[in-house]
Design a binder for this molecule. Structure first.
Ligand code: SAM
Length: 244
């Protein structure tokens, strides 16, 4: 077709589902004529955000360093719900913060005082660059025990046996640390709920991302108004619960 964009054609031929958008993002990330090198990286399946260094999340530009989990569109509904539950100048903990995307949105939109924790040093460094007070820690480890208004967590929740079912390229670039939730996928979520019993003030909100029917399997004793969070397509994506 005359006038067709060769970069868009190349991405399309290689199976990328949004070739126009990707071509535009790669071109915007080009520095000193390195477009060819950026495209070559993308053709290996490397996440686009690792190459461009940024992703849009809830309308905010979030910096993403190579190796750091890229926040997903389906997590936006959880972040938006957290914004609604956060009082002005309130406080929160973002468990398993990754790039700090959720915490960064709460800081930008609510002026929230947020602490983020992650086991991965690269993630913590990236979250700090996104303006989050992030620490290398296992869930609540080392976080001041003053009760907060909101706790968020996109914890790893894939059952170990299901890890091979994830997208083909996932573990060519990422480790299982961001995904592996143990036998039924709920090992870390259960610990997140347990800690929230003492870390949330009465009336405070717990928002956890989960998959499928996992919400029904969690013991949410001590919480009220438990509801399932759904994405734009109506699929269950997590739980929201209020501390009694
Ligand atoms: C699915 S990613 C979510 C990252 C981020 N919240 C987001 O939505 O983009 C899960 C993150 O949990 C971290 N992680 C795994 N186990 C953890 C633990 N026990 N304590 C803290 N962080 C953990 C991983 O390093 C990874 O960055």
């Amino acid at each position: 077709m005359p006038g067709a964009d060769p970069l868009v054609e190349l991405l399309m031929t290689n199976g990328f589902v949004a070739p126009d958008e990707e071509a535009a993002e790669l071109r915007a990330a080009e520095r000193d004529g390195n477009l060819e090198a950026l495209v070559a990286r993308r053709l290996t399946g490397e996440p686009l955000a690792w190459i461009t260094g940024t992703v849009e999340f809830c309308g905010h530009a979030i910096r993403i360093d190579p190796g750091v989990y890229v926040p997903r569109w389906h997590t936006e509904s959880l972040a938006q719900r957290a914004v609604q539950r956060m009082p002005g100048n309130g406080s929160g903990i973002d468990l398993c913060t990754g790039s700090g995307a959720i915490a960064a949105v709460l800081i930008a939109e609510r002026g929230a005082r947020m602490v983020g924790t992650d086991l991965d040093e690269q993630c913590v460094a990236c979250a700090r660059r996104n303006g989050v007070d992030a620490r290398v820690a296992d869930l609540y480890e080392g976080v001041p025990d003053t009760p907060v208004d909101v706790i968020t967590g996109v914890v790893p929740y894939v059952p170990t046996a299901d890890l091979p079912l994830l997208q083909r390229d996932t573990f060519a670039f990422e480790t299982t640390l961001a995904y592996d939730g143990g036998t039924d996928g709920l090992d870390i979520a259960r610990r997140a709920v347990e800690g929230a019993r003492t870390r949330l003030r009465s009336g405070g909100a717990l928002l956890l991302e989960l998959g499928g029917s996992q919400a029904e399997q969690l013991d949410l004793d001590g919480f009220t108004d438990v509801s399932v969070l759904r994405d734009e397509e109506g699929d269950p994506r997590g739980i929201e619960a209020t501390r009694r």
